[in-house]
Design a protein. Structure first.
Length: 289
């Protein structure tokens, strides 16, 4: 199978490398990042020429749509465009329309699992689009990840991703607030973890990714809050969730507040480049009111 891979950054680089290792005929394209061993084309259109599959792993919806327009013109009838970037739902649906007009199947397939999952080939994909197209490229997903969940029509993969990450942002904030309060009440962090992780306040944020150093399983908190999942990316995903909520007229007050807090953390309080759980040490410096 011939694959064009557009966007070879932190995520796309190792994903393309895994496809090459599995024996796929991969040509990549990225103006900046050129990982060792990945054959590189000068333009996305050249990488896509005659490809059975084009995978995109790009920073945002505007770039994804522009690149999609370029590559669709070169892709054969019946081929599949997989966009693994995290982008807004409406642009994902627009890309699917452009693909249909070009006789190409489009799948929006954002990922969970981060840079570690990309390197290990253990990503989870949330896939929107035609189920037959997903079956057609199942072998590609099987190399890049361990699970590809069909979520419905075009855009629904992005919808699943931003809903999941809105919950994640909110639960991480709640968990960090509770630790900051517990500290001020003189409650030992280990005792707090032991109770909450087996009680009704438990969540992935507490049990698997505990934001307090030295407590629970090893997490970015134990590594000076190096990401992990960067606060900047959480801010991006919370922004996408609120854009979608505005478009859909959905009431999401907690999501909106989480966006405001991560914005303040990343833009004005040293959160850029830190893990998203580093909001705990920041909250501890704050006073009420
Ligand atoms: P990145 O910035 O490392 O990589 C993006 C790459 O796209 C860059 O190398 C850039 O040069 C390239 N690019 C930009 N415009 C291009 C164009 N016109 N043609 C070809 N290449 C172009 O970002 P990343 O961390 O790899 O993230 C990629 C996507 O995955 C984002 O949408 C992000 O939200 C999502 N994501 C990232 C993570 C993570 O942990 N990094 C986790 C889940 C999802």
């Amino acid at each position: 199978m011939k694959i064009g891979f557009i966007g070879l950054g932190n995520m796309g680089g190792p994903m393309a490398a895994n496809l090459l290792k599995a024996g796929f005929d991969v040509t990549g394209c990225d103006p900046v990042s050129k990982p060792d061993g990945v054959p590189i084309a000068q333009t996305p259109a050249q990488a896509a020429k005659g490809a059975d599959v084009v995978v995109m792993m790009l920073p945002n919806g505007k770039t994804a749509q522009a690149v999609a327009s370029d590559v669709l013109a070169e892709m054969p009838f019946g081929s599949v465009l997989i966009d693994c970037s995290t982008i807004d739902v409406s642009t994902a649906r627009k890309i699917a329309e452009l693909a249909t007009d070009a006789g190409v199947h489009a799948l929006d397939a954002p990922v969970s699992g981060g840079v570690g999952g990309a390197a290990a080939g253990t990503l989870t994909f949330m896939v929107g689009g035609c189920p037959k197209a997903l079956d057609q490229v199942r072998s590609v997903f099987d190399v890049m990840g361990s699970k590809a969940v069909h979520c419905g029509a075009a855009g629904n993969g992005q919808a699943a991703k931003i809903c999941n990450n809105m919950i994640l942002g909110i639960t991480m904030l709640g968990t960090c607030e509770a630790f900051a309060l517990a500290d001020k009440l003189g409650l030992d962090r280990q005792a707090m973890y032991d109770v909450v992780s087996t009680s009704s306040g438990s969540s992935w944020s507490m049990n698997t990714y505990c934001p307090a150093p030295g407590v629970g399983p090893t997490s970015p908190a134990d590594n000076g809050y190096q990401p992990g999942f960067a606060a900047d990316l959480m801010l991006k995903d919370l922004g996408l969730s609120q854009d979608a909520a505005t478009d859909a007229d959905a009431h999401t007050p907690m999501g909106e507040l989480a966006l405001t807090l991560y914005q303040s953390f990343v833009e004005n309080n040293g959160g850029a480049g830190q893990d998203f759980s580093a909001i705990l040490p920041w909250l501890e410096t704050q006073k009420r009111g």
